[in-house]
Each structure stands twice: as structure tokens, then as C-alpha cells.
Write a protein that binds this ligand. Sequence first.
Ligand SMILES: [Zn+2]
Length: 462
Amino acid sequence: MRKTRFRSFPVLMITLAFFAGLIYFIINLAIHSAEWASMPYNGHLSDSDAMEMTGTITDRNGVVLAKTENGKRIYNQDEDIRRACLHVIGDDSVNISTAIQTLYRSELSGYNFILGLGAPDFLQKGADIELTIDSEVQKAAYRALGDYRGAVIVYNYKTGEVICMVSTPTYDPENVPEDIDTNDEYEGAYINRTISASYPPGSTFKLVTASAALEEDPDNENREYDCIGYTEIGGKTINCYSVSGHIDMTGALMNSCNAYFAELTVDLGKDCMLKQAEKMGFNSSWKFDGIETAKSSYDVSEADENAFAWSGVGQYTVLESPINMAIRSCAIANGGKSVTPELIMNINTLFGGSLKQNDSSPSKTMMSKETADKLADMMDYTVENSYGKGYFSNYLDVCAKTGTAEVSDDGLAHAWVTGFTKDEDCPLAFAVIVEHGNSGYQAAIPVAGAVLDAAAEALEGD
Ligand SMILES: [Zn+2]
């Protein structure tokens, strides 16, 4: 009797371990099955018809951007739209890690937990995804960038809907170039520059420095300065683009006076600058619709006085993503509060109901309403008196700030422009970068203008 009991104990333990393992496996299967089944390196499944993404992807107007026909994934019939939408949609591979077809592969292929990928044909319809982008505005941005490498992001600063997200270099997902991995022309083509790249922000960063000063003391708006074309800080020279003479903060922003903002930066101090930069999205990333953006960075811990002064005009080691720049322009337009962008309107399953995730970063109070309104007025004044409202857009009243950011590789400077429209019916925040475009005024504004005009036309009927 005793012997039997002694023997049955290990059997009991083995049985318990077996059931514990089984439960562990079932729980994991429930959590990860869709992911495992549609793993790109799961060769058996990816070769079978069952792996086809059957869901359709449309833009905000129902224009089909990707669908499956006779077992083949096909994209929009307009090659420029295909190229313009590549980084948002993706191609048949998973090379573009932030693309919808990469992130939502299992939803699009209609994986079923009970039946796996072996569900009957009529149940194998993947979810359809409706995006917030407008394919015509995408095309306008792609064409406006021309042969330049760069990025354009435009979104509704009230609702968060992304109207345009274009990155170049790009390629046609229906005819992926054979030399894509060896030809320099396609270097970085798998990167969505709007969300996954960051660059020196140059003079656009003066908006961050100005907001730090105004948050510290609203009277800083009246701080006056005599610009002689340069200043000496920490024993080294900081040059301006021109001699501005006697200016206040509005005049300094309009003339993009480096000396004014460099001196202001040193007076504010590192803690104040870091605090405001972090309130405006630096040193953290944004999340929405399963996408995590690159971090923008502001770190002056090792900077000497001259380097710190340069940080306040967006040079030194400061780096910013185009999407972060658009989000801080959104906050300026919105009385100080940011609205997180979103790219997916809906994910509609065969059985109804939406799978859209609610994972967006919360909105942030980046500055007081008083500061935001003052900055908005300064950007309005800058466009009116420096760039010209008509040079920007035929339809919209645009407030903006350009930037021309020196780069370390001896190439021409990067050209930036960021801002927003002053229009209740078409409230758009934007950022444009033209790599090596040399001048924000000459290279970036025409791209922004073309895209904003296309957006005004597209959204008219919305
Ligand atoms: Zn100056």
C-alpha cells in the first residue's frame, strides 16, 4: 500500500506538470496565435494562398489603395499614388516596419482563432482598413518633392486625422526595383521619414526657445536687442543671416535672428530649455495606431556655453522628427494643447465591429494658451512680412516658420517649414523637410504650399 502511494506521487507530479504546460500553451496560443501564424518567416504558411492579405485598404474617400484580386495583392492604378502611399501602406514584404500592411498583417489576412488559417473560403476575408489620408493630397506631396529626399506631414489639428504622410525616396510596390538593396538612389527607401527619421531642426526650433522664454515670463515678448549680424558667446562667434538692427521677439522670429535667440537661450539656462523642449515632445516618442515614432532629442548636459547657445537655434546635437514638429505646431494653433495624429479611421471585420486600437499617446499641454496665442501671432506676422501669404497658398491663411539646418556631411543645408492654417473649416498643422534643399524659403515653402492647396481642394467637400 505504502509502496503504491510512494510510486503514484511522481506520476501525479508529472500529470500536474503536463496540465500546467498545456494550460500555459493554450494561453500563449490565444495571445500569440495570429502573430505566429502570419510571421513572415513562417515559410509554410507564407507560401500558401491562405497567407494572402485579403482585406482592402482605402483612403478617407474610399479610394482603393491596396486589395487582393485572384490571389494577388494589387495597388492603386495610378503609379504616383502608389509611390506616394508606399510608406503608409507598405508592399508585399515586411521591409517597411511601420507600414499598415506590416503592422496589421494578421488583421488583413483574416486569421481566425478557432479555425486558424484553415477556415473555409467564405470566412477567409481579412478586415478592411480605412485610412485618414487623402490619395490626391499624397500625390501632390510626392510630385512637389520631385527628386528631393524628404518628408511631408499634414494633419487636422482638431481631430488628429493625418491627411498627408509622404516620404522620399520611394518606389513602386507593384514593380519593386531589382537593385533596391544595392542602388544608392534607394538608400533609406524602407524608412518612413515623417515618423522614423530625425534631423537638426534649425531655426524652426526658435519656436521652442521663444515658448520657453514666454512661459518663464510673458514680458519676454518685449525683450529688445540690437543685432549687428553676429554675437560672441563662450569666446566663439554665432553668426546671423543678416543684420537685424533693433528688434523685439516678434522681429527676431521674423528675421530669424540667431544672435537674439542664442543670447536668450543662455539667459534662460539649461534647465528651463530642457523642460520646455521635453514639454514639446523631445526625448520621448509618440504612439498611435500601433506605430511608435522616432524620439526627437534635446540633450545639453555636456554642452559648453557656445554649444548650448547653438542648441537654442536648433543646431548643436538637437534632432527632431517631422511628425514631432507638426505636433508642436498643432499645439500652437490649438491654444497650447497637442492632439495626437491618427492614421486609421476604422478596421472593419467581416462580422462588423472595428478592431481599431486605442493606443494613442495622450494629448499634451505644451504651453499656456497665452504663450500659444502669442507664438501664433508671431508666425502669422512672419508669413505676412517675410515670406508673403500669397507665396504660401492660394486658398488658406498660413502661419509658419522656416528653418535652414546646417548638416555635418558638408552637403547643402536641410530646408524646413512648419506651421498651421488659420481656417476653421480646414484646420491643418504641417511640417515639411527637403533634405539638402538649402533654403526653407526657396525649397520647403513651395512644397508646403502645393500640399496645403491640394488639401484645401480635397477637404472642401468633407
Ligand atoms: Zn541677428
